[in-house]
Design a protein. Sequence first.
Length: 157
Amino acid sequence: MKNKKTKVKIFLSFLVVIGIGTGCHNNQNQLDENHKDLNISQVHTNKPIDQSIANNAKEKIIIKEEISDVKAVNTDKELFTAIKVDNFNRFRLKKIEKEVKSVIEKMYPNLKVIVSSDKKMFWELEKLEQKLQKDNANMKDLKKDFNNIKKLMKEQT
């Protein structure tokens, strides 16, 4: 009787190990495939609001493995960036924000760089990017929207 219970326990343990091994293997392939398909939206405008700085910053940031999406908008003096971090990497959120900020500051030392991983900031920047894409904004509106986003950010801290 005792010998039969040990055989069942060993068999069940073996099945659990096989199940975990195959489950983890499939997730790794899925993560690699998802990360290869990432696209960033390039913001192009016909007005004097040049977003090439924001576009370059997005290209540099999206390369990082932890980041799944990025939005960025710039004025002549500031660059506001919002990042989406994969769920597992959310434990290291502040460290990732610091790394991203330091990379951008090295690229553009003359700009004030603001980096956030907050979802509300991400959505607000996404709306602002769409507004710029449709050419519905001028520099005055852009600065006003920037100030509103900064106020939201201060409220949450």
